[in-house]
Write a protein that binds this ligand. Structure first.
Ligand code: PLP
Length: 394
């Protein structure tokens, strides 16, 4: 049988693929350290777990909820955003989904007509391009300089009459880059001027290090908000990847249509997870800071080690946020004789038993992504393995 031509052009998620491969090796008894997946290793905070348990015990989580989420959760999200960024979303402007990934997927289904273009500054998170294609849209890469930053001129170079949206991910996966207020202002002004929707993926907003500051698109003035859809969720800030709660917040007409699509596609995100998320957004926030400090220590110890590996270059310097390093390894590939990053990453997994992701998955060959959302002992061990592997191959 011929399967969907649209689906056949979609690549499997490279991060999930390498992680599955690493997990299979672990199941087979191999001592693999997987730095390939973007998942905090911390337990979900106790107060959040307790809220979920309570919702099970009092029977509240046994039933469907409204398709776009419990009113109490939308209120908690609205209040969290208002406290954090001083912008008020009416709960009718918020749609709760099965993770931020589903919020993005549904959004692209709602805003794109065939051939509509979505600008993706390189490097970009692996799922944006495939989700755009699944919505019959066209992902358009926007070039960046060697510091992995881009400007309005880069965006303008790719703008066409079909440009519908721009994905802005800050702090960024995979580079950890955070836009300055000035950069963000210029980009947002440009997008609004050309009637381009800004998809602001701020899922790493709580993970900022070494005094670096994050500016949300929401802080740049209410006039822009007719052109902004905010994407966020609980996965990274509250260490809740397994619970699958994310959200989109933005113009009412777009959110209403997302509700229609979700009503047919998902009915609602798991009720128990929604009760947990209410506590995440409105309960004690101190665990967010504790986990942030944990990531910061890891970054500060790992960064100089990785930066000194033979041939590794981190031209953007120490990342300001998220929990990834994204070194340029072109020189390492030359020194070790590997044709490209996927060949290098495959050899590292099979021979050194360390899971990494090739830059191809983020639209930027010659790079690898290293996640440091793993304990320091494992990170040190992974570094040693990587160092030995490279020196052995040189
Ligand atoms: N956006 C970015 C940039 C991410 O890195 C991720 C997860 O890796 C997501 C969105 C999706 O997160 P989730 O679906 O777990 O909420």
């Amino acid at each position: 049988m011929e399967l969907s031509r649209k689906v056949m052009q979609i690549q499997p998620s490279a991060t999930l693929k390498i992680s599955a491969q690493a997990k299979q090796m672990i199941a087979d008894g191999v001592d693999v350290i997987n730095l390939g997946i973007g998942e905090p290793d911390f337990q979900t905070p106790e107060n959040i777990k307790q809220a979920a348990i309570e919702s099970i015990n009092n029977g509240k989580s046994s039933f469907y909820t409204p398709a776009t989420g419990l009113p109490a959760l939308k209120k908690a999200i609205s209040q969290r955003i208002e406290v954090d960024h001083g912008y008020h979303f009416d709960p009718s402007q918020i749609v709760v989904t099965d993770g931020a990934k589903m919020a993005l997927f549904t959004l692209f289904q709602v805003i794109l007509n065939p051939e509509d273009e979505v600008l993706l500054p390189v490097p970009y998170w692996v799922s944006y391009s495939e989700q755009v294609k699944l919505a019959s849209g066209v992902p358009v890469e926007v070039g960046t300089d060697r510091q992995l930053r881009f400007t309005v001129a880069d965006l303008e170079a790719q703008r066409t009459p079909k440009t519908k949206a721009l994905v802005l991910n800050s702090p960024q996966n995979p580079s950890g880059l955070v836009f300055s207020r000035a950069e963000l202002t210029a980009i947002v002004n440009w997008a609004v001027q050309h009637d381009i929707l800004i998809v602001a993926d701020e899922i790493y907003e709580k993970l900022l290090y070494n005094g670096n500051h994050f500016t949300s698109v929401l802080e740049l003035g209410d006039d822009n908000m007719s052109h902004v859809v905010l994407i966020n969720g609980v996965s990274k800030a509250y260490s809740m990847t397994g619970w699958r709660i994310g959200y989109a917040a933005g113009p009412k007409e777009i959110m209403a249509e997302m509700g229609v699509v979700l009503g047919h596609a998902a009915s609602n995100p798991a009720a128990v997870s929604q009760y947990a998320a209410i506590e995440a957004f409105s309960g004690d926030q101190s665990s967010v800071e504790t986990m942030r400090q944990g990531f910061e220590q890891r970054l500060n110890e790992l960064y100089p080690l990785i930066a000194n590996l033979p041939g590794f270059k981190l031209p953007g310097g120490k990342p300001a946020g998220a929990f990834y390093l994204f070194p340029d390894v072109t020189e390492t590939l030359r020194l070790t004789g590997y044709a490209d990053a996927p060949a290098f990453v495959t050899a590292v997994l099979n021979e050194a038993h360390v899971g990494l992701v090739p830059g191809e998955a983020f639209g930027l060959p010659g790079h690898i992504r290293i996640s440091y959302a793993t304990d320091m002992v494992s990170l040190r061990k992974a570094y040693q393995r990587l160092q030995q592997f490279i020196e052995h191959k040189m």
